[in-house]
Design a protein around this ligand. Structure first.
Ligand code: ADP
Ligand code: ASP
Ligand code: MG
Length: 465
């Protein structure tokens, strides 16, 4: 069986839902296909805002509810006219009523816990999948609605972006899907703890749901259908003349997504890598294009690099002074302090003189990181062995990625001279020992100039948009 995931932009209205259903039906193997759907475009944002408004006592949450109601009920009218309409409408109205009651509860108690927020955030997926299953049934096909927050994808209680219990999830998914045939319509993004409390996999988490389902049933392949022709060499919103990548390795895909390429959720590849399942990125709007195949041992890529990705809103913290030279355990104290306040370090760079270490993290986490480091290094600072930690905000981490960079001299030189030619100032550089990735930090204002300069230097004629 194939597992297909369709994102928000692929399922934003009745016409697109019809198109998705057509693609899914065409890909049934032995009469079966599993599809994972996101919420209709914009609905998760709307739900999160509604929860915030209800908590603050703002009546605007009712407006959000009306919008959700209109979009789903209109689509239902269009997709399932005639006798089947009443049934589908009733199902959707029941969901919408539950949502209204939950939001009203939030308004009354003036509090929306992270757990409640996970429950609310998942309504977009639940409404959309019930719509799809109702449409397929009305059209005479066998379809099953599966709510992944009902003992299907099992996580811990880290609300907002929970960690998956793989064994429990694989067992639950396999047991649930095995006896079914037809189209299995599964909600992306949502999950639950082992005792049934609602959680989510984090924003854009539906890609991850699809890979978990694929791994659980040892699917023939997992396909992620988007609004682009595949994985592109760079973010098309910033770089002109991007190229569609034919085949890339799982590791390259992981690096690209980890460093901000929004096209795939960063956790997607791991379950598939472990079970040797290939991943294909396809375009719902252009289904005949073959897309990008992500697999182990892809065919070699013709260019020296595979792609470029970037993370906006980064901060750099610089720790400097003689107090760390030759002292074993210094780095572990730094990372220990950051881990205690849950700061995720995107990149580190240490000069070989061991005179300075710089840590890059997301801007939102920088104040906590700075406070934790100051506390940890207080003694060295007071003894004047270290300067006060320095924080710089408003930065961009750029990662240049590709298997071909390994053992190939001259890439770094070419990279930094392309940036030098455009007067882009580089604040820190790091290269992983895998040589599959060179990452560096620049000011955010230089993002487009830098991305386009690198793209033209290595991947052809891209010019700035
Ligand atoms: P979905 O809603 O289907 O999950 P997303 O909007 O989350 O889709 O992701 C697809 C978008 O990711 C594309 O429309 C594109 O603008 C953006 N994107 C960023 N980097 C890349 C890249 N390297 N390749 C393809 N798309 C990218
Ligand atoms: N609907 C969720 C979001 O907007 C999950 C997803 O789209 O993958 O983040
Ligand atoms: Mg997405």
């Amino acid at each position: 069986m194939v597992v297909q995931k369709f994102g928000g932009s692929s399922v934003e209205d009745a016409d697109k839902i019809r198109q998705v259903a057509k693609i899914a039906l065409e890909h049934r193997i032995d009469g079966k296909v599993a599809i994972v759907l996101s919420a209709m475009k914009g609905c998760t944002d709307l739900l999160l805002q509604a929860a915030k408004d209800a908590e603050a006592g703002k009546q605007s949450y009712l407006q959000a509810l009306a919008t959700l109601e209109k979009r789903h009920l209109e689509a239902a009218r269009d997709l399932a006219p005639g006798p089947a309409h009443g049934e589908l409408r009733k199902t959707l109205e029941t969901q919408l009523r539950d949502l209204r009651e939950i939001l009203h509860g939030v308004e009354l108690v003036k509090e929306c816990s992270k757990r409640s927020l996970d429950l609310i955030a998942g309504f977009g997926e639940r409404l959309n999948c019930q719509l799809m299953a109702g449409y397929l049934t009305a059209a005479g096909y066998e379809a099953h609605y599966i709510d992944a927050s009902n003992h299907f994808i099992i996580t811990n209680d880290h609300h907002g972006a929970a960690d998956v219990d793989f064994d429990a999830t694989y067992r639950a998914v396999d047991a649930r899907l095995k006896p079914l045939s037809g189209v299995m319509v599964i909600t992306g993004f949502v999950a639950s703890t082992s005792d049934g409390r609602p959680t989510t996999l984090g924003r854009n988490g539906s890609d991850y749901t699809a890979s978990l389902v694929g791994a659980a049933i040892r699917a023939d392949a997992v396909e992620i259908w988007k609004d682009v022709d595949g994985v592109l060499t760079a973010d098309p919103r910033f770089v002109k003349d991007t190229l569609v990548l034919d085949e890339i390795s799982m590791e390259e895909a992981m690096e690209m997504s980890y460093f901000g390429a929004k096209v795939i959720h960063p956790s997607t590849m791991l379950p598939l890598l472990e079970r040797g399942i290939t991943l294909r990125i396809k375009n719902t709007l252009n289904p005949s294009v073959k897309g990008t195949l992500i697999k182990q041992n892809p065919k070699p890529h013709p260019y020296p690099i595979t792609g470029i990705a970037s993370i906006t809103g980064a901060s750099l913290i610089n720790i400097e002074g003689s107090g760390m030279i030759g002292i074993p355990g210094f780095a572990s104290r730094v990372f220990g302090a950051l881990a205690r306040v849950n700061v995720n370090v995107i990149m580190i760079s240490q000069a070989s003189s061991e005179h300075s270490i710089c840590i890059v993290c997301r801007e939102a986490e920088a104040p906590a990181a700075l406070a934790a480091l100051r506390e940890e290094l207080k003694v060295e600072h007071q003894a004047k062995k270290l300067k006060d930690c320095e924080l710089v905000n408003g930065l961009e981490v750029i990662a240049v990625i590709g298997e071909n960079m390994r053992g190939r001299p001259g890439i770094t030189g070419q990279l930094f001279s392309s940036l030098g030619a455009k007067n882009v100032n580089i604040l820190a550089i790091a290269q992983g020992s895998s040589e599959r990735n060179i990452s560096f930090v620049i000011e955010s204002k230089d993002r487009e100039v830098a991305l386009n300069a690198i793209h033209s230097a290595f991947l052809g004629t891209g010019g700035q948009k």
